[in-house]
Design a protein around this ligand. Structure first.
Ligand SMILES: Nc1nc2c(ncn2[C@@H]2O[C@H](COP(=O)(O)OP(=O)(O)OP(=O)(O)O)[C@@H](O)[C@H]2O)c(=O)[nH]1
Ligand SMILES: [Mg+2]
Length: 141
């Protein structure tokens, strides 16, 4: 059994997709270990979450987007949960995400110069899952 951290980003919440995303998670057979709506998150928390991207030129737009509204965070468990959830999310860029994936079914390519809005997040390795679970669920905010 493996645990992964997942998120429904502000675009997913804004568009009323919480139920549809959770329905897919349950249908696939993951166990939802934790689930919380966070109505606002600090810049520090987002910067820590995306610590590997903070230096990128496109990062400020991502930070603004992630702080633009409520988001849902949670922990899933299951066999190969990290890779399975990434598969269900689809590719980072909506125009590359296959139909059948969450991003491929619900997200559109960002207009030129605008931040990618891709509805969901999932940890990309065992190390990042442990780091993100600790960051979002085991620290004071
Ligand atoms: N503009 C721009 N944004 C990017 C680029 N690469 C990544 N991003 C944004 O940064 C976020 C994090 O990038 P990654 O961690 O590489 O992608 P990901 O794991 O599929 O997405 P997350 O679930 O958000 O972590 C993405 O969701 C995008 O919004 C890029 O080359 N250009
Ligand atoms: Mg990532």
């Amino acid at each position: 059994m493996e645990e992964t951290f997942f998120m429904i980003k502000p675009d997913g919440v804004r568009r009323g997709l919480i139920g549809k995303v959770l329905e897919r998670i349950e249908r696939r057979g993951f166990r939802i270990e934790r689930l919380e709506l966070r109505s606002s998150v600090s810049q520090t928390l987002i910067d820590q979450h995306y610590e590997s991207l903070v230096e990128q030129p496109f990062y400020p737009a991502i930070r603004d987007f992630m702080m633009s509204g409520p988001l849902v965070v949670g922990i899933l468990s299951g066999e190969s949960a990290i890779a399975s959830w990434r598969q269900m999310m689809g590719a980072t860029r909506p125009e590359e995400a296959l139909p059948g994936t969450i991003r491929g079914d619900f997200a559109q390519a960002a207009p030129l110069g605008q931040t990618i809005q891709n509805i969901v997040h999932g940890s990309d390795s065992v190390e990042s899952a442990a780091r993100e679970i600790a960051l979002w669920f085991e620290k004071e905010h």
